[in-house]
Design a protein around this ligand. Sequence first.
Ligand SMILES: C[S@@+](CC[C@H](N)C(=O)[O-])C[C@H]1O[C@@H](n2cnc3c(N)ncnc32)[C@H](O)[C@@H]1O
Length: 265
Amino acid sequence: MSAYAGRHAELYDLFYADKPYGDEASFVHRCIQELSPLHVSRLLELACGTGQHSFGFEKLGYQVVATDYSNDMLEQAKRKAAVLASGVDFRFSDMRDLRLAGEVFDCAVCLFDSIGYVETNEALINVLNGVYRHLRPGGLFIFEFWHAAAMLVHFEPVRVRRWEFEGSKILRISETTLNIERQLARVNYSIYEFRPDGCYVFLQEVQKNRYFLIQEVAFMLESANFKPIRWFSGFCWDAPICEDSWHILAVAQKVSCKSRQTKQS
Ligand SMILES: C[S@@+](CC[C@H](N)C(=O)[O-])C[C@H]1O[C@@H](n2cnc3c(N)ncnc32)[C@H](O)[C@@H]1O
């Protein structure tokens, strides 16, 4: 695992300082309130990164176990948790092999398109099976993914962004290529950190993330005994889903294998 490591993990919150994490956590809270048949108190987060949503969920009253497979991202999350006196329980876990010692949750979430990092159908099914094992019957799995329609219509091969941070100027160049057959966006990040003493540091990181169409995700959910309940365009309750919808928020419910078998027979 070489992505989201080292200095990239340290700079992550700067890169996403504009992201409305609090509003997104509130949107997920609304989904839970309006769509979950269960009272939700214990919430499992996959791919929590530096914990920006996790702290939002905690503020909304949930007891949060937040997992990621980047120790460096978790270290940032734990550092902030200490400052905030937060009780979020941050743990190392690869979502493709989720094993949380028999623990069961009322709801699970995986945000900011992180589910696409598992790339293959087989790995995605492993994620869904892991979530299934750790959810109470009827519990919701709420996750966000990159939408193929927007990616194929609007993808930008090169993006450049700049920030100022602790006296340094930071330049990030993102170069994206698509592997259409495997539905993967390969993003090559080149990050230059120009320091006040005239020196600069250069970091490079390649990430591969999958984009999906809604009906293929529906099919995979159903194969893993989840019922798709709602699809949202981003974090908007009523906006129609179209080729401008870059992010889809999926709400799926765990159905028991038994009730599915009865329905099918
Ligand atoms: C785009 S970041 C999102 C982090 C956080 N959810 C947020 O919204 O800021 C993607 C995260 O997914 C994590 N990740 C990728 N593949 C993973 C896997 N197989 N298991 C656990 N975490 C994974 C990375 O380490 C990274 O922290």
